[in-house]
Design a protein. Structure first.
Length: 533
């Protein structure tokens, strides 16, 4: 590839030693010079591609540090219910899709949110009326609950005699009959009977969603998913069609197999490597299953639901960490976060086992949404990455105020206190729970407002970040989390040429407009993978 010279606009490097530059030169897949136009011009060798920014800004490539990539890609082919504000509208969308399906096909969907429907859970009977004889499964917005019709319940073998699995709940009516809603670990009762997509369908879905991510400035992706995703990513890598750098988190249920095979965090290359083992410690706020230190508002007993026994969590952290595997633990409630921190601290203080191998990657807590203030400094003290999704904060304003109240919400999505305590923040989207567009998350982190501008002044504005702090959480923090800070994270000589040209300067733009930021060009490893036409 010829050298590429970028100049003619502000280049925001995120490098504290050189925050803003005039020009940048990339050779092959690597940055070779950053500085003044004269300095960078002196590094040219023969022919080069001249890219004038024309006053537009250049920033490092962004990372989504928590995206369910295949789920998001496949979900774009299913019924989309995100933001649907009434049950009737949701049922109509489902009906329209059901009549298009071939005989015997499952109807799949995602995104429904009963908090928009006066907090009334939908039922199998309501779904039966619009699914035209197809078995149907639709996951809630947060992915922690599923809505089934009667046919799907039957195929899953769920009836009044079916026991709740550990860490899960089958919702029942006054007569003990299943209503059609499954929560947490009970979801697997349904998913195990839903046919899996073909390898070809998975490849198409991943290529398309990665291209969509590139179009919004994403060059790296961290994903907690199943073996189908890893297999498909390897196929794309082998054919040279993987256009984002990927960190894959291993499913917990196969931990013993990874250990037996000698798999360790960090295995792979700069395009596809192994992260930690993904463990769920609790549920979600929207499903009232996140594990809290005190009951939800309006209840004297409901503190949510742990999805793994505490003793098993402690054992899993120890087993993984002593065999070179980091843990990547889902924890949303304040009690869940404390328990995970306790388990990691117990492992750090334990006498190392003979032959123990420390992970190359740091341990992480995914979401870290609701924290007791005494636990905030423990992230930095224990070297635990706070892998968080800013868009959750603005999406959850109403339900957080309803279930936690304003006082407890003052420690919800506490990015600024975590940053000030020294914790490493790694931001993502949790797509398809939320949009994968990083600029929606950047806007949320900076303003603590929804895209409609509400609430005025921002929700608990004291927890917000500056734009530079936010960009670091989308670039530098994820590079630390994947142990690739010497490879990417800032624009400096020797780092990979993962770059994004924007349509405007985000540092001079109105913060309320950040969610609309235009991406003009995305470069991964010196190669343009997206360009606006």
């Amino acid at each position: 590839m010829p050298d590429i010279l970028f100049h003619g606009g502000p280049i925001y490097t995120l490098n504290p030693d050189q925050p803003v530059a005039e020009a940048l030169l990339a050779r092959d897949d690597t940055i070779v010079a950053v500085g003044t136009s004269r300095e960078v011009s002196g590094a040219l060798q023969g022919g080069f591609e001249d890219v004038s920014l024309q006053g537009r800004a250049l920033i490092p490539g962004l990372t989504d540090a928590h995206i369910h990539l295949l789920w998001t890609g496949l979900g774009r082919q299913n019924v989309e219910l995100d933001g649907v504000r009434s049950l009737d509208e949701a049922l109509e969308r489902i009906r329209q899709r059901a009549v298009q399906l071939p005989e015997g096909a499952w109807l799949r969907g995602h995104g429904w949110n009963h908090s928009l429907w006066d907090y009334r859970w939908p039922t199998a009977e309501e779904l039966d009326r619009v699914t035209a004889g197809h078995p149907a499964i639709l996951s809630r917005k947060d992915g922690h609950s599923v809505w089934l019709n009667t046919q799907a319940l039957a195929l899953a073998g769920i009836d009044e005699h079916t026991s709740d699995p550990e860490g899960g709940l089958i919702q029942r009516d006054d007569h003990g009959l299943p209503t059609g809603i499954l929560l947490e670990n009970a979801n697997e009762l349904a998913w195990r009977v839903v046919p899996s997509p073909s390898s070809a369908e998975n490849q198409v879905a991943l290529r398309e969603i990665i291209r969509a991510c590139n179009a919004r400035g994403l060059t790296s992706l961290h994903m907690p998913e199943g073996p189908d995703t890893l297999a498909t990513l390897q196929m794309l890598r082998a054919t040279g069609t993987l256009d984002a750098r990927c960190l894959f988190h291993l499913p917990y249920r196969q931990l013993d197999d990874y250990i037996a095979l000698g798999v360790r965090s960090g295995f792979g290359d700069e395009w596809l490597r192994i992260g930690g083992v993904k463990i769920f410690s609790d549920g979600s706020l929207g499903s009232c299953t996140c594990h809290m230190l005190a009951p939800f508002a309006g209840s004297t007993t409901n503190c949510g639901l742990p999805t793994i026994p505490e003793a098993e969590l402690y054992a899993a952290v120890r087993k993984a960490n002593t065999h070179g595997i980091a843990v990547t633990v889902h924890a949303i409630g304040d009690r869940a976060n404390r328990t995970v921190l306790d388990a990691i601290e117990a492992q750090r203080q334990a006498i190392p086992a003979e032959g123990a191998v420390a992970p190359l990657l740091p341990n992480r807590i995914e979401h870290a949404q609701h924290l007791d203030p005494t636990d905030v400094p423990r992230f930095a003290a224990l070297d635990v990455i706070a892998s968080m999704q800013p868009i959750h904060a603005t999406s959850d304003i109403d339900i957080a105020e309803r279930l936690l109240g304003n006082e407890r919400s003052a420690w919800a999505y506490a990015w600024q206190p975590l940053r000030q305590s020294g914790a490493v923040l790694a931001f993502g989207s949790d797509a398809p729970v939320e949009t994968f567009d990083p600029w929606a998350g950047i806007h949320a982190a900076v303003t603590r407002k929804r895209q409609d501008g509400l609430p005025p002044g921002g929700w608990h504005r004291e927890l917000a970040l500056s734009l530079e702090e936010t960009l670091r959480a989308y670039v530098v923090g994820p590079a630390i989390a994947s142990n690739e800070a010497q490879l990417k994270g800032v624009l400096a000589p020797g780092r990979r040429a993962d770059l994004v040209v924007l349509g405007a300067d985000p540092f001079t733009a109105n913060p309320d407009d950040l969610w609309q930021m235009e991406v003009v060009q995305t470069v991964v490893g010196g190669r343009t993978v997206w360009e606006a036409r």
